[in-house]
Design a protein around this ligand. Structure first.
Ligand SMILES: [Zn+2]
Length: 121
């Protein structure tokens, strides 16, 4: 039986992508875009995506997720790569003094989990 593959084409250079999963395809595309079309990506982000996305959450998104509980917050943060996570960690940590104690605890747990994840890579 033939396995169905997900395919896509780069809008900038026409490079073709293939992957067995949608998530795999998206991550390949993201990697390619940052590697070969960094300027275009930055311009595109500047052009009005300040609201944040699932893989580039804002501090506000993280704080909201923390308020919803550990599983929600962890799901949001789990897939972030190191450079983004580093920035976000600093930014969210600056809100720590203003967090409710139970939210601060959740944030501490997230940091612990995330730092273990990063070390394994
Ligand atoms: Zn390309």
């Amino acid at each position: 039986m033939k396995t169905r593959m997900f395919t896509a084409k780069c809008s900038q250079c026409g490079h073709r992508f293939r992957a067995y999963t949608r998530a795999g395809l998206l991550s390949n595309i993201r990697e390619h875009m940052w590697k070969y079309h960094r300027k275009w990506m930055l311009a595109r982000m500047k052009a009005g995506r300040l609201a944040g996305t699932a893989d580039n959450p804002t501090v506000g998104m993280v704080l909201t997720a923390i308020a919803q509980g550990l599983p929600v917050a962890l799901a949001l943060i789990r897939l972030l790569r190191k450079p983004r996570w580093d920035k976000l960690e600093v930014a969210v940590s600056s809100f720590e003094p203003y967090m409710k104690p139970e939210h601060r605890e959740i944030w501490q747990s997230i940091k612990a989990v995330k730092n273990i994840d990063i070390r394994r890579r």
